[in-house]
Design a protein around this ligand. Structure first.
Ligand code: PGA
Length: 251
């Protein structure tokens, strides 16, 4: 049985004080409750160190939203994997569709980031997913296949134990439109079959595949009850402790 993983991607929201308030509220909601999933928060870089202190002793784990693929150097404005490690980060979101579209990251760059994250002991959450245009052209599976194949190029079966994949249809991110549970399940099952072909049945069976795209407390249950949906990567709804907790409760 795979344990579900609910991660909150704060994106470019919350300064230090606001981050403190949000984490403390979440901690209070989770206190003394029996929670059946792993919970990750991914605040902006500037809040990571403080967040790491605040979550200590709680069930909450820490992730970042991006990193550079080089160890260090003249890359003004970038953050390295060792910098993330030094804040207490355990996870890092890589290949989010906003990074792909706004910041022009391609599968090759994302693959380099995945490798670097693993080298430094960070656990990548690899985001993949098709645009609306690609879905309408019925090339969703081709796109997802390419993102999985190039994104995971050179990654061993052993290293797959520390990777999460998040399927996020781009048309469902921040739009209020969610894939139906059936649409999501179909792609999740396809991703798992790709992993089985590339690695083995046991690697594919233990891989956590999250769904992302307008997940909220009201739709979490039907999405999370699908066989191949092992959690959620949550944007908008994680900025409020009550609604993030509402999703966690459904796991
Ligand atoms: P959303 O974002 O929940 O606001 O759609 C999800 C994401 O971008 O990871």
């Amino acid at each position: 049985m795979r344990r579900k993983v609910i991660a909150g991607n704060w994106k470019m929201h919350n300064d230090l004080k606001q981050s403190e308030v949000l984490i403390n509220s979440l901690k209070n909601l989770l206190k003394d409750k029996s929670i059946n999933c792993d919970v990750i928060v991914c605040p902006p870089f500037t809040s990571l160190t403080e967040a790491s202190k605040l979550i200590s002793g709680s069930i909450i784990k820490l992730g970042a939203q991006n990193m550079h693929f080089e160890d260090k150097g003249a890359f003004t404005g970038e953050i390295s994997s060792s910098m993330l490690k030094s804040t207490g980060c355990e996870f890092v979101i890589l290949g989010h569709s906003e990074r792909r579209t706004i910041f022009k990251e391609n599968d090759i760059i994302i693959n380099a980031k995945i490798k670097k994250a693993i080298e430094y002991g960070l656990k990548p959450i690899l985001c993949i997913g098709e645009t609306l245009e690609q879905r309408e052209k019925e090339v969703t599976k081709d796109i997802v296949k390419q993102q999985v194949e190039i994104g995971l190029e050179g990654i061993s079966a052993e290293q797959m134990k520390n990777i999460i994949i998040a399927y996020e249809p781009v048309w469902a991110i921040g739009t209020g439109k969610t894939a139906t549970p059936e649409q999501a399940q179909e792609v999740h099952q396809f991703i798992r079959s790709l992993i089985e072909t590339k690695y083995s049945k046991s690697v594919s069976e233990s891989l956590v595949i999250q769904y992302g795209g307008s997940v909220k407390p009201e739709n979490a249950n039907e999405l999370l009850s699908q066989k191949d949906i092992d959690g959620a990567l949550v944007g908008g709804a994680c900025l409020n402790a009550d609604s993030f907790y509402g999703i966690i409760k459904e796991s």
